[in-house]
Write a protein that binds this ligand. Structure first.
Ligand code: AMP
Ligand code: MN
Ligand code: MN
Ligand code: MN
Length: 287
């Protein structure tokens, strides 16, 4: 009988990437926490897009049930002609540099939504801006998911992912170019706020292998610390590839569901695959 079997600790059920109605999730911050707790999550970060406004509510709800909680946000970044997402974890929400940076990124969203609506108007789909706003929980944070929900409502497509595929990604009629934060700014804001920077779902970007390598190299040079080896919004097989990346670059490894809501997300809170045991989890730096 192998004694080590009894002393190996089970992995922490950490979920360090999810969304609430403060960005494009379907549950309030407190509802997200309640669901995470019910799903046996042991360490939770709420990471709304470009926004920290839900963290106080989530933190209070987490404290009430004894669930360790980490402040987070998912920052929208332009990388070449693509966008990538950088999660910041362990953020001081009072930090002025981060707050100003996030406000700047948010400020472009309304105009972008109007331009997307105009583009859709030109192909005969009308009222999209007003329709999308009915799905928005935070007027500063209108995004493609809200537009997609409205397009499902008016039966332009059968579900949200179908709307994205046919209307909202590059090359499709509702897509518009947009300038997000620069990578170096996003990483600097996160660090200014005492946080750890994490490349979100690297397997979901539409980057070529070479562009992805350049992203990892640049992120490392900027002092970026971690990548999501396991994410509910990238294919399960890619965990092997990104575990190798984490080892090669010395990145900490993160794990998150990218949960948006029970009806929309493939992976529920706390239900992503576990990390390979040799990786150093990003939460070793957070708790
Ligand atoms: P935005 O920040 O407005 O560009 O919207 C990005 C969000 O759209 C992501 O965080 C997801 O919530 C959602 N999204 C992006 N691509 C897809 C997709 N293929 N299917 C469903 N939702 C998607
Ligand atoms: Mn989202
Ligand atoms: Mn994302
Ligand atoms: Mn996300």
């Amino acid at each position: 009988m192998c004694l080590s079997f009894f002393i190996v600790k089970p992995p922490v059920n950490a979920d360090l990437h999810c969304h609430s109605t403060v960005s494009d999730g379907l549950l309030s911050p407190a509802e997200v926490v309640a669901r995470a707790h019910a799903n046996q999550v042991e360490l939770l970060a709420l990471t709304d897009h470009d926004e920290t406004g839900g963290l106080a509510e989530a933190r209070a709800a987490a404290a009430a049930v004894g669930l360790p909680f980490v402040n987070g946000a998912e920052l929208s970044v332009s990388w070449g002609d693509q966008s990538v997402h950088i999660v910041g974890l362990g953020l001081d929400t009072e930090n002025a540099e981060l707050a100003a940076g996030l406000a700047q990124v948010r400020s472009g969203r309304d105009g972008r939504a109007r331009r997307m609506a105009e583009a859709l108007d030109r192909i005969g789909i009308h009222g999209v801006y007003e329709g999308a706003l009915r799905y928005v929980g935070n007027p500063a944070l209108v995004g493609r998911a809200h537009i997609a929900r409205y397009l499902v409502e008016i039966r332009v497509a059968r579900d949200v992912s179908n709307v994205f595929e046919h209307y909202l990604v590059r090359g499709k009629p509702g897509f518009v170019e947009h300038e997000w934060a620069r990578l170096e700014d996003a990483v600097r804001w996160i660090h200014a706020a005492g946080g750890v920077a994490v490349i979100a779902h690297p397997g979901r970007t539409r980057l070529s292998k070479a562009e992805l390598t350049r992203l990892f190299d640049t992120f490392k040079d900027l002092g970026g610390e971690a990548i999501e080896v396991v994410s509910g919004s990238q294919a399960g097989e890619s965990a092997l590839e990104f575990a190798r990346v984490a080892r090669r670059y010395g990145f900490l490894a993160s794990r998150g569901s990218d949960f948006h809501g029970p009806q929309e997300s493939m992976v529920d809170l706390g239900r992503a695959e576990i990390l390979a045991p040799d990786l150093t989890p990003v939460w070793s730096r957070l708790v």
